[in-house]
Design a protein. Structure first.
Length: 660
């Protein structure tokens, strides 16, 4: 009896000592952002899956934003990295990890790197090793791939090397009117009792992680909110981070101006946004002229909410950082429990080809089950697989190709930072599927002492969609894009529940199969770099038409330069344009804007045989710049027959900007 009492006292003592040690632990944090834009012409964007979606300019540059954290007691490191991209692919992440291993050996792996995409539909494509994703982009683009890898590695490395003692805070709030369910018929197929648990058919919670240096300076904030970045339509020809990229720009600019120094990083990540549009669907929803207004509206809503959550964040995180990660093969994954069953070989259905309500569908296909007058062809591929997939009529048996056209060995990851849990999901998940997953995992989550849980979608790989079984049976776009059949959500929930059990026990999750290595794709699309030419009487960098000597606030200012092909300029190594302001007290010039700023638009035009013109438009109606003297500068490279690549850097004559 005495020994038992003594044992209990010793256990209590060590638990108290451990708890006290955890209180004395601190977090180290570093944040950084780097350009991943890539070539602005000669490629294809991948968000809408159309080879006609070709860029001819830049609205805003694309960025990799990284927040690297370390638990000082355990030494555990984690990197939260979000890229302005449509998707993340496992082969892309592996290449990034290979480069990181060369720079900082032993620090980063699949386990402690969460690499997510904002899911902008106006970023470049052609950077996957899987055939399916390179078909719309007419091949693999090595220039795009290298721009993404290089910029992402730089953002992580710089954040890692800049870590210093910091405090972490978390905050949550409701953001209404920023999302609209684009697949409401499928959503309404869920049980009424379940729908009645929620006030809206879309997620309305934003969760924000705030990082503050011990000096009191704001370092970074990463937030999760569910909405598709499809504000800009298929007809748009400019590279853009869309609503999440613009919201991040606004928040970074706001905090930077307040602090008076640069370096603040704002990451806007995804949630269960699989069926969430930033605008209500209507017949005129595709009109390009409405795209910019839709973009501004969605970005402002997310920015303003994130700003408030950032300012009011008071709940400080404390306790260890923990990570659990595994790879699971979803082809015929056996599900435990009384119902048993298994998933199917990956396949995409006819409803996938039909497209979403806010994209241009193919006329041959339509959403919903075949009915009288339906245009779906009456054919059946692979009867055994069709039987497994049930209501989904198979169009592409992607998992049966060798190598598979879509991933099936998927990464599952959970990161906890004190009372915050981040569930990294390598897929898009609909509103109700995400809600159901959280609800069914609640007991496991609460047993870990977790108070805040975020579902970080489109992370570490891309396995298309997951819906509830009821939505799957309705076979709208999201159901037709659920790769592994009607049991997919059930399988995912089981895997995450097992991960949480292992996380609680602090034991590794044992798996039979690891990362699915892929070869570089043979289906490549090279960017042809031709020689440049110009009018004999002009120099590269000279203006086509001189600017006026004075402009008024509110009117656009357009400068058109004779230029080299922009693909010669390695766009992610510097800006094409900058706007400089002259000092009021000297002849010095200072850069105040460049081609990343929202109030600028960069456009390329073909002007003749191998002749290029680069156009910068400054929308002063969006500008907060004060009256003064300005000039517009352009830099690039031109390729001559004998001279090779020659850099140039020129500026317009000064002009005045005045209020009316």
């Amino acid at each position: 009896m005495r020994l038992a009492i003594l044992g209990m006292l010793l256990i209590s003592f060590f638990q108290a000592a451990h708890a006290e040690a955890e209180k004395n632990c601190q977090y180290l944090a570093g944040a950084s952002a780097h350009d991943i834009t890539g070539p602005m012409i000669g490629t294809i964007m991948n968000g809408y899956g159309s080879p006609d979606h070709r860029p001819h300019g830049i609205h805003m540059r694309l960025w990799s934003r990284s927040l690297v954290l370390q638990d000082s007691c355990t030494g555990q490191i984690v990197s939260l990295t979000v890229n302005d991209l449509g998707m993340i692919f496992s082969d892309l992440k592996q290449t990034i990890l290979d480069r990181l291993e060369q720079e900082v050996p032993g620090q980063f792996s699949h386990r402690n790197l969460l690499l997510a995409a904002t899911h902008t539909h106006s970023a470049l494509g052609g950077y996957s090793h899987r055939t399916l994703y390179n078909i719309p982009t007419l091949g693999f683009h090595s220039e795009v791939y290298e721009a993404i890898v290089t910029g992402t590695v730089k953002s992580i490395i710089d954040a890692y090397h800049s870590m210093e003692p910091s405090r972490l805070f978390v905050n949550q709030g409701r953001l209404s009117g920023a999302g609209f369910n684009r697949s409401i018929a499928a959503y309404n197929s869920n049980p009424s009792w379940e729908r009645d648990l929620y006030s809206a058919p879309v997620p309305e919670t934003m969760t924000l992680l705030k990082v503050v240096k011990k000096s009191g300076q704001d370092l970074a904030s990463f937030n999760w909110f569910a909405v598709h970045p499809v504000s800009l339509p298929l007809s748009g020809q400019m590279i853009s981070g869309d609503n999440k990229g613009l919201a991040a720009y606004y928040l970074e600019k706001s905090v930077t101006q307040k602090q008076g120094q640069k370096g603040y990083v704002a990451g806007f990540l995804q949630g269960n946004s699989g069926d969430v549009s930033p605008y209500p669907i209507s017949i005129d929803g595709y009109q390009h002229q409405k795209g910019w207004q839709r973009l501004e509206d969605s970005a402002q809503k997310q920015f303003q909410k994130a700003k408030v959550l950032h300012q009011e964040a008071r709940q400080e995180l404390a306790g260890p950082m923990k990570i659990v990660h595994t790879f699971i093969d979803l082809h015929t994954y056996g599900i435990d429990g009384q119902n048993g069953g298994k998933t199917c070989y990956g396949a995409l259905g006819f409803a996938f080809a039909a497209g979403t309500e806010n994209a241009n569908p193919l006329a041959l296909f339509e959403e919903g089950l075949p009915k009288q007058g339906a245009s779906w062809p009456h054919l059946q591929l692979m009867p055994e697989d069709q039987s497994c997939h049930g209501e989904k009529k198979i169009l592409l048996p992607t998992g049966r190709f060798n190598p598979s056209w879509t991933p099936h060995v998927l990464p599952f990851q959970i990161i906890t930072i004190g009372s915050l849990a981040i569930i990294a999901a390598p897929f898009e998940i609909t509103t109700m599927a995400g809600r159901r997953m959280k609800r069914l995992l609640r007991e496991s989550i609460e047993s870990l002492g977790i108070r805040y849980t975020v579902l970080s979608a489109l992370a570490n790989d891309y396995a298309h969609y997951v819906t509830t079984p009821e939505e799957y049976q309705a076979q709208h776009y999201e159901g037709g894009s659920t790769l592994f059949g009607i049991r997919t959500l059930e399988a995912y929930i089981e895997i995450y529940r097992k991960l949480m059990t292992q996380l609680k026990a602090s034991e590794p999750f044992r798996v039979k199969k690891g990362y699915e290595a892929l070869q570089r794709p043979w289906f490549k699309a090279g960017i042809e770099l031709t020689l440049d030419s110009k009018p004999i009487y002009k120099n590269y960098g000279s203006l086509v038409v001189p600017l006026m000597s004075q402009y008024q606030h509110g009117e656009p200012i357009t400068a058109k330069f004779w230029a080299g092909d922009p693909r010669h300029s390695q766009a992610n190594k510097g800006n094409y344009f900058r706007i400089e302001k002259q000092s009021a007290t000297s002849s010095d010039w200072q850069e105040v804007l460049n081609d990343h700023d929202h109030e600028t638009r960069v456009h390329w035009e073909a002007a003749g045989l191998r002749q290029s013109q680069m156009v910068l438009t400054w929308l002063t109606s969006l500008s907060s710049q004060e009256d003064g003297v300005y000039r517009i500068c352009h830099r690039g490279q031109a390729k001559g027959l004998w001279s090779g690549l020659q850099p140039y850097n020129t500026c317009s004559k000064p002009f005045a900007l005045r209020r009316k």
